[in-house]
Design a protein. Structure first.
Length: 278
């Protein structure tokens, strides 16, 4: 069981700039909790996501001397991947790919076909630099842009990613529209078809739907869950209304003893999050 804690996703849609020192303090606290991975920042144009313009500085301030957690950075293009690969401390490169042409253009200014070519380039870079590539397949559970959507589209993109030898795919419910039925159907189908791929979930959710989403994914083979403390965050490229992330404390309560988190450090991180986001 893996929890990927996502302070980057929690922070990126906030208009006021969070001081770099506060980001470093918060992520250093998260590194003490015992999460598998911390999605800590993004090598993206500061014009696109001003909040994350200090990612490289934040990275230099992180204390990795006594943590088992790995670091993941989001990279929307080859330039970002090259920048991220220059840091030995980063373990994973995360690329956002969408089933929606419109959302892909909003997010990366590239079409889906162009993005698949970029993924091939980034995959080669990751291998050369001892990184692993994670592809986030956004709008995987529904498309709000009046474009065609069905699970065959998701399956087709997954097949293409498998051909590129992508080893980790996170199915993203970018706008919080997934249901237990389509979660169960998608995970069971893809995990059965591609047993060599590690499939994860990146759910955005409301307060009354978090459990049914976790339950449907876990019951159908998902063992990798993205989340953010208190459910903060959302994708600023997805529209005017940000649907919050899956709350980490809910996942921890659901799985209870299936993995270890340092409860004392977890409580400190929860408390510290108030000064970051409220």
């Amino acid at each position: 069981m893996k929890i990927i804690e996502c302070p980057r996703d929690a922070m990126q849609g906030i208009d006021r700039f969070i001081p770099t020192k506060k980001k470093i303090e918060y992520i250093n606290q998260l590194l003490k909790v015992g999460f598998d991975t911390i999605d800590f920042g993004s090598f993206v144009s500061p014009k696109a996501i001003p909040q994350l313009r200090d990612t490289a500085i934040v990275l230099k301030g992180l204390d990795l001397s006594n943590t088992s957690s790995k670091l993941l950075a989001i990279i929307p293009n080859t330039r970002g991947a090259i920048d991220a690969c220059s840091f030995q401390e980063i373990d994973f490169l995360g690329f956002p790919l969408s089933v929606s042409e419109e959302f892909q253009m909003r997010n990366t200014n590239k079409s889906i076909s162009q993005s698949l070519y970029i993924i091939e380039e980034i995959k080669n870079l990751s291998v050369k630099n001892n990184k692993k590539l994670v592809v986030y397949l956004s709008m995987a559970f529904g498309n709000p842009y009046k474009e065609d959507y069905n699970q065959d589209i998701v399956a087709s993109l997954t097949k293409r990613l498998h051909e590129i030898e992508v080893e980790i795919i996170s199915l993203a419910d970018t706008i919080g529209v997934s249901s237990p039925n389509n979660i169960a159907s998608l995970f069971s189908c893809l995990i059965s078809e591609y047993p060599t791929i590690e499939f994860g979930s990146h759910f955005h959710t409301t307060a009354d739907t978090w459990m049914e989403k976790i339950d449907a994914a876990y019951s159908n083979g998902c063992k990798r869950f993205d989340s953010a403390l208190r459910g903060y965050g959302g994708c600023p490229m997805a529209g005017n209304h940000l649907v919050g992330n899956m709350p980490t404390e809910k996942i921890a309560a659901y799985f209870n003893k299936d993995f270890y988190l340092n409860e004392k450090e977890f409580s400190k991180a929860l408390k510290l999050s108030e000064s970051i986001f409220l």
